[in-house]
Design a protein around this ligand. Structure first.
Ligand code: FUB
Length: 319
């Protein structure tokens, strides 16, 4: 009888484990430029933790009082979770403006904690949590990491952290105003991930407007970014290559690698992030919802494979 109970118990455990087993490797079977979820979300940032994929995103149009957090174990069913932070109320400073919460970036630090860099108004706030779902808090109390008046002419948004192989973290950020003169700044982050540990350097590559994302592959540093207007089909993803995190970065010959393709109904793809999973690269980005209506900010999140060719160039993404 005892043996029988033990067998049943083990069988149940195996069944439960089977139900929960992660299938996010199904990333591969998702159609190019096909929205992952029905809702209107933009600026995706992704984290994989305990077999789940988490997507942090701007709620369209133009953000809201909070961010969207979507969680999946199978790339088919997405659960929408409520984040306790950031909110517009919790992240208002004398230099923020009326803009909302948008453009998150989440990364796991070398200390095993999760760090979020998020634009609220026209400035960058930092959050910290033990788990991707939170609870999140601002380690700086009620202050932004990068205030709205940090540097003249720079729109202080779209921050993205990168951790190099030696454990040193960097923060890239910046955009322009009125769709012109985008600036990309970079700084070394302190071990606490919420202080600056170097001078801030401008590394703006050719054709840059906003949404920087750093990728390292085979010792090279690929600064990827968006260019054009996110409100229409001019938005696209470019990249430039450098030998270290501070550049200089030279735009690659085949840049942009992701752009509108009206024949395949793809309009204004951009503000991406990159995930390396099971030794394969994936690019998450938003593109305009269909039917395409320029000037209306209704964006949806997609994912495609991203590959490097034998010369170390990022291959153009075709649909
Ligand atoms: O979602 C709001 C803004 O649109 C982001 O900050 C930009 O990068 C663009 O995607």
């Amino acid at each position: 009888m005892k043996k029988c109970c033990m067998f049943l118990f083990l069988a149940c455990l195996i069944a439960i484990a089977g139900c929960n087993s992660s299938n996010i490797g199904k990333l591969d079977s998702i159609e190019p430029a096909h929205p992952l979820i029905d809702g209107l979300f933009a600026d995706p940032s992704v984290v994989v933790h305990d077999g789940y994929l988490y997507i942090y995103a701007t709620i369209d149009p133009w953000g809201g009082n909070e961010l969207a957090l979507l969680k999946t174990i199978d790339m088919i069913n997405f659960e929408r979770l409520q984040l306790n932070w950031p909110t517009k109320q919790a992240c208002t400073s004398p230099t923020s403006n009326e803009h909302t919460v948008w453009a998150p970036s989440v990364i796991k630090g070398t200390d095993g904690k999760f760090y979020m860099y998020v634009s609220v108004g026209s400035e960058v706030w930092v959050g910290k949590a033990d788990k991707p779902e939170g609870p999140w808090h601002n380690p700086l109390g009620d202050k932004p990491l990068i205030p709205g008046d940090f540097r003249d002419g720079v729109h202080e948004i779209d921050a993205e952290a990168f951790i190099d192989d030696d454990g040193q973290a960097y923060l890239y950020w910046g955009s322009g105003w009125n769709w012109v003169n985008g600036h990309c700044l970079v700084v070394k982050l302190g071990k606490d991930m919420c202080s600056f540990a170097s001078e801030v350097k401008e590394v703006t590559p050719e054709g840059y407007f906003e949404a920087p994302f750093m990728v390292k592959n085979n010792g090279k540093y690929y600064l990827m970014y968006s260019d054009g207007k996110c409100i229409n089909d001019t938005y696209k993803v470019r990249y430039a290559i450098g030998d270290n995190p501070f550049g200089p970065f030279k735009q690659a010959e085949n840049s942009p690698i992701l752009k509108s393709d009206p024949k395949n109904d793809v309009y204004g793809p951009g503000h991406h992030s990159v995930l390396k999973y099971n030794n394969k690269w994936y690019i998450f980005y938003h593109r305009h919802a269909l039917p395409y209506n320029p000037e209306e900010l209704t964006r949806q999140i997609c994912v495609d494979r991203m590959e490097f060719d034998s010369k170390g160039m990022i291959k153009n993404i075709d649909f």
